[in-house]
Design a protein around this ligand. Structure first.
Ligand code: F6P
Length: 328
């Protein structure tokens, strides 16, 4: 145990929100208080750091938030924090408030920013990975991913009902920015006939072959999951291209959008967020700095920000093969 562990810490949520943030906030606040620390919340992401928008917290402040989506601190993307002047203002606010260390609940963009900040100013920080995209290096899962998957699967099941009633082909677009993790997992769980992801070049003729095979097998309806970052374009563009070559099915498109970012976190996300929140505060107590906590093979691991921001998360290509076999 590092004798001189920080006595006053701040916790902030930055970048895009996701379910599970409040569970992580709750874990950080209660672990800090458990270890005799003072904990403040920073509102509105790094903008709140710059504006000294701080909220003192006690264990009651985080009661009854575990089950809520979103973030009680709100979040924002901060252009100012990307500038030297902005970070200087942030440092002045932090030091004036007597904050000695931080827990940043964010994505790789957030860790890129806080790494520069902690190189310029000696404020130790530990990162907690969150994003529904689940594309952060250094952890098997990021907070928010499991809940987003369950949201998508519930919607795909609903779409399957109406697709089946009307003998339709549906193209369903899911989020993920330039990653196909949501698409591949939800595609398998939703029984999609094809899954289009940025990690694999999309060939329209391949989709046509799958549709033709299904048509010959008298498949009355089909669902194709399209990751929003797919190289062939968005779901509307892919549907139009396919229709030019194969128009036997009456076709519809559903773009799921921001519903994937909301909702009450699943048990899995709540446990992940709680584990990472405790681990982050304990890392600060242990004198660690500039690292992200993650879970790999169900073990808590620490990865330096410098590796997180350049690391490339391995894509589960084996799932693509499974999806192909099971879509027969
Ligand atoms: O990174 C999470 C994410 O939901 C992506 O999947 C999506 O492309 C992006 O954020 C949307 O960003 P915004 O909320 O700014 O529209």
């Amino acid at each position: 145990m590092n004798k001189k562990h920080p006595k006053k810490i701040a916790v902030v949520t930055t970048g895009g929100d996701c379910p599970g943030l409040n569970a992580a906030i709750r874990a950080v606040v209660r672990t800090g208080i458990y270890h005799g620390m003072e904990v403040v919340g920073i509102m509105q992401g790094y903008e709140g750091m710059i504006n000294a928008d701080f909220v003192p917290l006690n264990s009651h402040s985080v009661s009854n938030i575990l089950q809520r989506g979103g973030t009680i601190f709100k979040t924002a993307r901060s252009e100012r924090f990307k500038t030297t002047e902005g970070r200087k203002l942030a440092y002045e606010s932090i030091s004036k408030a007597g904050i000695e260390a931080m827990v940043v609940i964010g994505g790789d963009g957030s860790f890129r920013g806080i790494e520069i900040f902690s190189r310029e100013y000696s404020i130790p920080s530990i990162g907690i990975p969150k994003t529904i995209d689940n594309d952060i290096y250094g952890t098997d899962y990021a907070i928010g991913f499991d809940t987003a998957l369950n949201t998508v699967v519930q919607v795909v099941d609903k779409i399957r009902d109406t697709a089946d009633s009307h003998n339709r082909l549906f193209f369903v677009e899911v989020m993920g920015r330039d990653a196909g993790m949501i698409a591949i997992y939800s595609g398998i769980a939703g029984g999609a006939e094809a899954i289009l992801i940025p990690e694999q070049k999309t060939r329209i003729e391949q989709i046509v072959k799958i549709l033709d095979r299904g048509w010959k097998r008298k498949k009355s309806s089909m669902i194709i999951i399209v990751a929003e970052g797919d190289d062939a374009g968005n779901a509307y563009e892919v549907a139009a291209e396919v229709k030019k070559r194969f128009n036997q099915y009456d076709t519809r498109v559903s773009v799921l959008g921001h519903m994937q970012r909301g909702g009450s976190p699943t048990c899995s996300d709540r446990v992940l967020a709680s584990r990472l929140g405790v681990a982050a505060v304990e890392a600060l107590i242990g004198g660690k700095n500039n690292e992200m906590v993650g879970v790999v093979n169900n073990e808590i691991v620490h990865t330096p920000y410098s590796e997180v921001v350049v690391g490339k998360k391995k894509f589960p290509y084996d799932l693509l093969k499974i999806a192909e076999v099971l879509s027969l």
